[in-house]
Ligand binder design. Structure first.
Ligand SMILES: Cc1ncc(COP(=O)(O)O)c(C=O)c1O
Length: 386
């Protein structure tokens, strides 16, 4: 009998010599980099094999999205989320940040408003101004140790000039998977005020709670689908962000045309290797993906236990992503990032997400690396208390 392939997520892989953004920041310093959101794991072997095969061909000309990739996406969305889409609804992009910016440019006019809830992944905060839109930020609320929307506050922030809502689900940085009720409440408000929804679902393959499911916003109903631009990519799930391959799903033809027009001339084609990697990941990455989630669940437990032992640091339960959102507000630390860097751990500043007093820790790394980082954090906290 042929045994199941075991993937080794515990094996450290040297990244310092690869111009890695994550590892380059602290080059030559004894600081464990747990900041920008990529993982220190090799991509699934079928992806690497497909890339080798494509590279062996030797010609890297302008490349169109392969029909077989469109079919793979249609099949995946159906199988994973019960979402039936048409291949012509897909608009391929070199990244989701591009998609957020194109959405801002495509919807409304100069000085119209774009709504988002904070804390949030930083490009949500900068995309509106890049297209001469004004941003409206509504704070998420932490209630009973759980992050959620304050729906009343959300609706009351809307004005006659609000045209677009940038939504992130699963949420970076708070790690929530929004429920059907939460999504329906947001969608109802957007419908009432005729607001387009740009739903960033890049983390939809990284649900860590077994009892949660990812509901694409556009599956709530035809009226919601009609006003939704969904952004997705295999990049987070299969660790391919350096290959720049993402897509928008836009079922409404007029909205899709607007989006494509806003992108024209400034958004390049996706590179040939990105397409190849995406298709191999979607078609053949399932075993690797299942084992990745198991490993990340273990890391999540490790970090939850460690933070519980480092009062007054706290974190709300994390439902998805490999990004922990840690509350350091009660620790009396003036600059948390500098403080933990001095202790040998590099994280991302909550202030960048409009969440000052928090740090974001990327636990997409071998467990031993994570344990060492948590040990260093604990030592730093002990010294603080001494
Ligand atoms: C919510 C969210 N959107 C977009 C991105 C980045 O997407 P891309 O690299 O495709 O531009 C990230 C990366 O961390 C993210 O967390």
């Amino acid at each position: 009998m042929i045994g199941k392939t075991e993937f080794n997520f515990s094996m450290p892989v040297e990244r310092c010599n690869t111009a890695s953004m994550k590892w380059g920041r602290y080059k030559g310093r004894d600081i464990i980099p747990l900041w920008v959101a990529d993982m220190d794991f090799c991509s699934p072997p079928p992806v690497i094999d497909a890339l080798h095969k494509r590279i062996a061909h030797g010609i890297f000309g302008y490349t169109m999205p392969p029909d077989s990739l469109n079919e793979a996406v249609v099949e995946r969305l159906q199988a994973d989320h019960g979402w039936t889409i048409q291949p012509q609804w897909l608009v391929w992009l070199p990244g989701l940040v591009t998609g957020l910016n194109v959405a801002c440019r495509a919807v409304g006019q100069d000085h119209d408003e774009v709504l988002t809830a904070v804390p949030i992944y930083p490009p949500f905060l900068t995309a509106p101004a890049n297209s001469r839109r004004n941003i409206i930020k509504v704070p998420l609320q932490e209630k009973d140790n759980r992050w959620t929307f304050d729906f009343e506050r959300f609706e009351s922030a809307i004005t006659a000039r609000t045209r677009l809502f940038l939504l992130c689900n699963p949420h970076n940085p708070v790690g929530r998977v929004l429920t059907g009720d939460e999504l329906a409440a947001l969608a109802a408000i957007c419908e009432k005020h005729d607001i387009i929804i740009c739903s960033d679902e890049i983390h939809c393959g990284l649900l860590l709670d077994d009892d949660k499911i990812h509901l694409p916003t556009a599956t709530l109903g035809p009226e919601v689908a009609q006003r939704t631009i969904t952004l997705m990519s295999p990049s987070k799930t299969f660790n391919l962000p350096g290959l720049g391959c993402a897509f928008a799903v836009i079922s409404d033809e007029k909205l899709r045309r607007q989006f494509i027009k806003a992108a024209s001339g400034i958004v390049p084609l996706v590179n040939a290797l990105g397409f190849v990697a995406a298709e191999a990941a979607y078609r053949y990455g399932a075993d690797w993906h299942a084992q990745l989630l198991e490993y990340l669940r273990g890391n999540r437990e490790t970090i939850a236990r460690a933070i519980a032992d480092m009062p007054p640091l706290t974190m709300a339960p994390l439902e998805a992503t490999y990004l922990a959102w840690i509350d350091v507000r009660n620790a009396g630390i003036k600059n948390p990032i500098e403080f933990f860097e001095a202790g040998g751990v590099g994280m991302q500043d909550g202030a960048d997400f409009d969440g000052p007093g928090f740090v974001r820790l990327n636990f997409g790394c071998p467990r031993k690396t994570l344990e060492e980082a948590l040990r260093r954090m604990s030592v730093a906290m002990e010294k603080l208390g001494a």
